[in-house]
Design a binder for this molecule. Structure first.
Ligand code: CTP
Length: 497
């Protein structure tokens, strides 16, 4: 965090739009402040797009007058129900709100709102670091108002509420998720009383919509060390309420002196590993992608082992096993997505696919790395093969350096073979040279099970390198397989089967 003197603050805000806002407020005779995240991020030297302005009076009136002052190019939207207005001007967006005093009822996030003072407004904000205001009126341009020691908390790296945290969280339980999100994003600690209030109020999260919860989870997920947020959620009891499938991964069972690893902390380590290697990926979809892989690969990392609690067995002589946990996990994804209102489109399909396939490269690397095993993997993972390999490498969290190195070496072999096969076969876009149509015409048959069986036999033969990947070889092989099943091609002497 940096120190900012009055003079420096004036320079930082020496942008035409801030002077225009200040002059408009002066004209209307009201105080106007830039508040919240924008001010916080000035001190933390983080980029901030949204500008929030607080008017001690009518925010709508200032926005409308500003719109007139800016003239052409300014777009003013008024939300009378909320008492807010937005001004868009050459790519800049400023939200205006009047200072208010709010009181909440127990079962709703919708407050009863009355006009209030600057102080009323700041004390109703979520955290001290978000309750800073800088005046824009000409006389006091750049003057900082810090009623709740937000600067000191920022300096000490503390997230604390301006009021009694039980009131802040009970007023708006989404703030519990925001608290953990800010602590994770800004690498700050949650102050003790605030932490205890999280524990006391965790159940209140039930009145928050899934969409808003997921919004916060995504921000935690995109932070440099996302595990911090999930550990906080575990500590205060929010995790079992928000993501019971992930919370169920916690714990270690010991039998006959043999323990399995704690799958929650393992999953979080995998998530952090993926976060580290995707740190410089864009938060937006890259060219050719329909969604940002940075975020959804991290979701796959978090969820890759959710099938483990249900597949856990103790096997005499072997110890703890989690057979088929990847397939179980894959099956759990649609239910979890539906409940959490995660996007049930190509994004969660991608997560589901990676969860289902995440054991495959390990299985291949553990045995002999054959062409056909790698080829099958390539076909099933398709475009997502590189992301899958990345997830699998992140999944090696063994503390045994020798074991870890053995896996990494084998993965390198899988990767080499992948590159080699991709160059030779272009399997990412592989299609079977024999179509169902061709089989039906060849044997004069209607659609039936045998067509799928013949296609599968051809596919297996090509992938196992029994025959070359050409139409000629595939047809020849298909005719042989059909003969074994008692089928013969349609000829002029034998027009039907
Ligand atoms: N705020 C609040 N309680 C909420 C949401 C917001 O008190 N549930 C206040 C905070 O003072 C916050 C400001 O409104 O700083 C603006 O909210 P928002 O734009 O959601 O958050 P930012 O702090 O700007 O941070 P970010 O953009 O990262 O979400």
């Amino acid at each position: 965090m940096r120190d900012i003197t009055l003079e420096q603050m004036r320079q930082l805000l020496d942008v035409p739009i801030f002077h225009q806002i200040g002059q408009t407020a002066d004209q209307l005779g009201v105080e106007c402040y830039v508040v919240g995240g924008y001010v916080r991020d000035l001190f933390l030297e983080r980029p901030s797009k949204d500008i929030d302005c607080l008017v001690v009076g009518s925010g709508i009136a200032v926005a409308e007058a500003l719109g007139r002052r800016l003239g052409k190019g300014a777009n003013v939207s008024v939300f009378r129900n909320f008492g807010t207005a937005q001004v868009k001007y050459h790519g800049i967006e400023v939200e205006f709100v009047g200072a208010r005093r709010e009181s909440y009822s127990h079962d709703s996030r919708k407050p009863v709102v009355e006009d209030g003072t600057l102080e009323d407004d700041l004390c109703r904000r979520d955290f001290t670091v978000n309750a800073l205001a800088v005046c824009l009126n000409r006389e006091r341009f750049g003057e900082l108002v810090d009623r709740f020691d937000g600067l000191a908390d920022m300096q000490d790296g503390i997230i604390a509420t301006p009021l009694d945290p039980d009131i802040t969280f009970s007023d708006d339980p989404l703030r519990m998720m925001r608290c953990i999100r800010f602590a994770t994003q800004l690498r700050m600690c949650i102050e003790d009383e605030t932490q205890q209030a999280l524990e006391r109020n965790a159940q209140r999260i039930s009145i928050i919509s899934q969409e808003r919860i997921v919004d916060e989870l995504n921000k935690i997920m995109l932070s440099p060390v996302p595990s911090l947020g999930f550990i906080e959620m575990t500590r205060c009891g929010l995790l079992p309420l928000v993501m019971p499938e992930v919370a169920a991964l916690e714990g270690v069972e010991v039998r006959g002196g043999r323990a399995h690893k704690d799958n929650l902390y393992h999953s979080l380590e995998v998530l952090d590993n993926v976060a580290a290697v995707t740190a410089d990926w864009s938060d937006e979809a890259a060219e050719g992608q329909t969604f940002p892989h940075k975020l959804w690969l991290r979701w796959a990392a978090l969820l890759h082992d959710i099938g483990k609690p249900r597949s856990k067995r103790w096997e005499q002589g072997t110890g703890w096993t989690f057979h088929n946990h990847n397939y179980l996990g894959e099956k759990m994804i649609p239910g979890l997505s539906r409940r959490m209102k995660l996007p049930m489109d190509e994004r969660m399909k991608y997560v589901q696919k990676l969860v289902g396939l995440h054991m495959r490269p390990i299985a291949i690397a553990d045995a002999e790395v054959t062409d056909s095993a790698v080829r099958r993997l390539l076909f099933e993972a398709g475009e997502d093969i590189d992301d899958l390999m990345l997830l699998c490498e992140a999944d090696i969290t063994s503390r045994n350096q020798q074991r870890k190195q053995r896996f990494l070496d084998n993965f390198r072999m899988v990767r080499e073979k992948l590159t080699d096969l991709q160059a030779r076969d272009s399997y990412r876009t592989w299609t079977n040279p024999i179509t169902g149509e061709e089989i039906m015409q060849t044997f004069g048959i209607e659609p039936c099970k045998i067509i799928g069986e013949l296609k599968q036999m051809v596919k297996d033969a090509i992938w196992d390198s029994l025959i070359p990947n050409t139409h000629e070889a595939a047809r020849e092989y298909m005719l042989q397989c059909a003969a074994q099943k008692g089928l013969s091609p349609v000829t002029p002497d034998n027009p039907t089967q």
